[in-house]
Design a protein around this ligand. Structure first.
Ligand code: THU
Length: 160
């Protein structure tokens, strides 16, 4: 046997003020989207904002359901909306903000595994890395220049 090591890389910003203006503006859209989330069961609100290569900004938030598994995360709500409204447009950048209503979330919250898989599908199809920024309600912002950093071993269509 041998050991295989995979290196991934992230940038860490002290807070939103350290972000370039266009990125903090996209994060501000995610902040607004987060406040429109429907999350009465978890009280954990998530907002996502996407910048598309046609200049459109698409946002989404988590939508929960009394039948818990029927709900959907903010990231997938946003990317599926983008895919349905602007087929063929590439997702250039994604900003995500997440936090609990009950206590202040001050650490960056990365997209869940299911969302990473969903974002991967778009990144592979568009042949352009998606620049992903994520944060808690306040505090540090993490940046991954590609979804690949968040999901180093992938299951994708080429294996089918
Ligand atoms: N959630 C998201 O919207 N995105 C994630 O990546 C993680 C979790 C939502 C789903 C659910 O509504 C709530 O956060 C708690 O899990």
């Amino acid at each position: 046997m041998k050991i295989k090591k995979i290196e991934t890389e992230f940038e860490v910003y002290e807070n939103v003020n350290e972000l370039p203006k266009d990125v903090s503006e996209l994060m501000a859209e995610a902040v607004k989207a987060r406040l429109r989330a429907y999350a009465p069961y978890s009280n954990f609100l998530v907002g996502a904002a996407l910048l598309l290569d046609n200049g459109e900004i698409v946002t989404g938030n988590n939508q929960e359901n009394a039948s818990y598994p029927s709900g959907l995360c903010a990231e997938r709500t946003a990317i599926y909306y983008a895919g349905s409204q602007f087929p063929g447009a590439k997702i250039v950048r994604m900003a995500i903000i997440a936090g609990s209503v009950k206590n202040k979330t001050t650490t960056p919250i990365p997209p869940c595994g299911a969302c990473r898989q969903a974002i991967l599908e778009y990144e592979i199809n568009q042949e352009l890395p998606i620049d992903i920024y994520f944060m808690g309600e306040s505090g540090e912002v993490m940046r991954s220049k590609s979804l690949a950093n968040l999901l180093p071993l992938v299951f994708e269509k080429s294996v089918l």
